[in-house]
Design a protein around this ligand. Structure first.
Ligand SMILES: Nc1ncnc2c1ncn2[C@@H]1O[C@H](COP(=O)(O)OP(=O)(O)OP(=O)(O)O)[C@@H](O)[C@H]1O
Length: 305
């Protein structure tokens, strides 16, 4: 039975039903409460950010999300003086005397990290290894000394004390992914790194259903297909993609354009091809022709129900 679009969202019940996720979430919350940051690392599109946000919400403190990127600067994280505030006072009380007083002050706005540290938020720092290691150095003092240094900001105080409720969840893709920097050992040493793998079949099917509203047997057929395709990767490279996100893409397209999940249907085979070709090509040593044949064969095998 199709679900209404209002219900199509992240499936939190799968986290409660799966013993694996239940245990992982409970351990993660304990680490955070004890003051240890956690770090989910694993292939792209397997649900790291969604899980991090889910765990952050469980702490019942405000959540701040920062996306790592090469351009992220300390100024953005801590804050900066952004322009001037001008106030004028005209004193014309005695008509013949005109006095003008002008005050100019710089106005400061807190960066997201400073805000999170001050107010005791749960910070989700997504894909933190996409930021330059120099930018991430600031986390060393936050995690070890529990202070956020404010040097270089022209602020009067030298640091901000970290609120006792403040906690961080980091996520990252493995080092071999493009645009990822190697993180400094000192930072890695201060966090509990929990590698995440692709979801088990039941969880992935539940996630695809809740996200797209397709029927169970359709979701199962798509998840099986993506899992089979992933196992074709024989090259040296780890497969980038071909995870939950790929299953969701196929399901969403099939539902929207009423494409049968059926390998005898040409439109479905083309869809399957479009989603899987690029990630498969990047992880396999086969010639294009052989790869095309193998991919088509797998897509044609699909039959939902
Ligand atoms: N529990 C879930 N229920 C429904 N959909 C989910 C669930 N977990 C993840 N998803 C969906 O799967 C897709 C990938 O999830 P997410 O962005 O969390 O993965 P990721 O591992 O952080 O990816 P990346 O490494 O590319 O940042 C998203 O569309 C997300 O909404």
């Amino acid at each position: 039975m199709a679900q209404s679009s209002a219900k199509m969202q992240i499936d939190n019940t799968l986290y409660e039903k799966s013993p694996y996720y239940k245990g992982l979430i409970s351990r993660s919350l304990k680490y955070l409460e004890t003051g240890f940051p956690i770090h989910f690392t694993g292939p792209s599109g397997i649900g790291k950010t969604t899980l991090a946000l889910h765990i952050a919400k469980q702490r019942k403190k405000p959540v701040i999300l920062i996306h790592g990127n090469k351009e992220l600067s300390n100024q953005e994280l801590i804050g900066a003086f952004s322009g001037y505030k001008r106030s004028k006072l005209k004193d014309n009380y005695v008509r013949t005397v005109y006095k003008l007083e002008e005050n100019v002050t710089e106005s400061w706005s807190d960066g997201r990290l400073l805000e999170a540290v001050k107010t005791g938020c749960t910070l989700v720092y997504d894909e933190f290894t996409r930021s330059r290691p120099e930018t991430n150095n600031i986390f060393l003092s936050i995690l070890e000394e529990r202070i956020l240094p404010l040097y270089g900001t022209k602020q009067k105080k030298p640091f901000e004390k970290v609120h006792p409720d403040f906690a961080v969840i980091f996520t990252s893709n493995p080092l071999e992914y493009a645009g990822v920097y190697e993180s400094q050992d000192a930072l890695m040493d201060r966090m509990v790194t929990l590698p995440l793998e692709h979801m088990d079949k039941n969880s992935e099917v539940a996630a695809v259903i809740s996200k797209t509203g397709i029927q169970k047997e359709q979701a199962e057929a798509i998840v099986d297909l993506i899992t089979n395709l992933r196992s074709l990767c024989t090259g040296k490279q780890t497969v980038n993609g071909l995870g939950l996100r790929s299953s969701i893409m196929i399901a969403e397209m099939a539902k929207r354009y009423e494409i049968p999940i059926d390998g005898t249907n040409e439109v479905f085979v083309q869809l399957c091809f479009d989603i899987a070709w690029f990630p498969l090509k990047a992880c396999m040593d086969k010639s294009d022709d052989r790869l095309k044949k193998q991919l088509k064969m797998e897509c044609k095998k699909v039959k939902a129900g």
